[in-house]
Design a protein around this ligand. Structure first.
Ligand code: NAD
Length: 421
């Protein structure tokens, strides 16, 4: 699928969810289009003295339920369509979790690995200089995404503070803890998915020791592997952009994390203790109970969905399964725990960070974990029940739940029936 029609393909889910509800047409009209997408060119001074420009975007998709919320992605293929689609997903994700936020997303078209650290800081600060009028703790709250991290959020919060003349930590989440970040933000996405799987394990048929394959061994992938391995489950295969490794007896997750921290690929472990290297593309076909896509979009598609041998897919990445693949997986009775629920732990702890910044009172790590677990279990259970009641997929149920909440908020402003009666 071309990235040019990513938003159209995401909107298929909206239509599908609407077919299960009595929705006023106002709601669909409102949710079909992003509210605003701003495109800028960021100009920075490079280390060699030259000037270089980079395209950047910020999309605020919908703010009916609260200020827009969403990460900033640095990627050479970033584009407006992708930012709008990710912002659409954030709108639904925040509604699924019942957080008082709408959805937003930002991006810079850049390969951050080709920049020096000083250039990266200048670029990150330039992003905030360009978008300071758009973001704000009551308007639009960025966070990290692919190839952005806590330090970058710290630079951005500092730049915003310099522009507005006061510290406003709640303008950005995912900051370093010493700069007002929340405890527990680092592993929140993976931990949320972990709580969800653990809670629904009996219904998912995942009791006992699970065999797990993780696609993408970055932030989310490493943490989910650690959490599940700590419970005694076996991580039988993992991949990154350079390749994959498998080991039927279970991979040594700590050794994999050490290799990644040293800048090496997961394939650097091949040859040790029964660890075998294979192609990254073949990971989705690995024999396992739980497959965790934690890389990029559209990784499970029409061409490879038939080869999936997992019983359950936990979508930690955003949009890893295309709609065509979804149908194939449904026919194979593979249960997909959808991104807008499965990876919502990240935005949930971001919400906790925003709350703590605003109240100026900070919670302990056990308090964060408890609140996250409660939220994942409550919203996960509600969606599981909707799926059962309506005999629809878990993904459709998540969209139905989110659309219902969005519709209630949009309709509270009055619909056609109100204005014409
Ligand atoms: P990351 O950059 O830390 O990790 C991505 C990993 O995917 C890297 O190890 C990379 O090598 C690997 N990868 C890239 N192409 C691959 C391929 N073809 N095959 C296998 N692996 C490949 O990013 P992250 O923060 O872990 O995010 C991963 C996904 O999770 C993204 O879709 C992101 O939007 C989503 N997500 C992340 C968070 C978060 O808090 N980190 C929150 C919500 C959603």
């Amino acid at each position: 699928m071309s990235v040019d029609n990513l938003l159209d393909s995401a909107l298929v889910r909206l239509d599908e969810a609407a077919s299960h509800l009595e929705i006023d047409p106002d709601v669909i009209e409102r949710l079909k289009y992003p509210r605003e997408t701003t495109k800028v060119r960021l100009m920075i001074r490079m280390d060699d003295g030259s000037r270089k420009s980079f395209l950047a975007w910020r999309c605020r998709y919908d703010d009916t339920r609260g200020p827009t919320k969403g990460g900033i992605r640095y990627h050479p293929d970033a584009n407006a369509d992708e930012a709008e689609t990710l912002a659409f997903w954030m709108t639904f994700k925040c509604a699924v979790m019942n957080l008082p936020f709408g959805g937003g997303k930002g991006a810079i078209q850049v390969d951050p690995r080709k920049l020096s650290k000083a250039e990266l800081e200048r670029l990150s600060r330039a992003y905030i200089q360009a978008f300071a009028r758009i973001i704000g703790p009551n308007r639009d709250i960025p966070a990290p995404d692919v190839y952005t991290n806590a330090m970058i959020m710290g630079w951005m919060a500092d730049e915003y503070a310099q522009i507005v003349g006061e510290t406003v930590p709640a303008v950005i989440t995912g900051k370093p803890v010493t700069l007002g970040g929340s405890l527990g933000r680092n592993d929140a996405t993976a931990r949320g998915g972990y709580y969800l799987v653990r809670h629904l394990a009996p219904e998912l048929g995942l009791e006992g020791t699970m065999r797990i394959a993780v696609q993408g061994f970055g932030n989310a992938g490493q943490f989910i592997a650690s959490l599940l391995a700590a419970d005694g489950h076996k991580i039988v295969a993992v991949s990154d952009s350079s390749g994959a490794v498998r080991c039927a007896g279970g991979l040594d997750v700590d050794a994999l994390i050490t290799a990644k921290a040293a800048g090496k690929s997961v394939t650097s472990l091949a040859g040790q203790d029964g660890v075998e290297a294979f192609s990254a593309d073949a990971l989705v076909a690995e024999e396992c109970d739980l497959l965790v896509p934690a890389a990029l979009e559209n990784m499970i598609h029409e061409g490879n969905a038939k080869s999936v041998r997992a019983r359950v897919i936990l979508e930690l990445a955003n949009g890893p399964v295309t709609p065509e693949a979804d149908n194939i997986l449904a026919d194979k009775q593979v249960i997909v725990l959808p991104d807008i629920l499965a990876n919502a732990g990240g935005v949930t702890v971001s919400y906790f960070e925003w709350v703590q910044n605003r109240q100026g009172f900070y919670w302990t790590l056990p308090e964060i974990h408890d609140r996250l677990r409660e939220t994942m279990e409550r919203e996960g259970r509600a969606i599981w029940n909707i799926a059962g009641d309506k005999q629809i997929s878990v993904r459709s149920a998540a969209y139905v739940q989110a659309l219902k909440r969005l519709a209630d908020a949009i309709e509270a402003h009055g619909t056609q029936a109100f204005f014409t009666s």
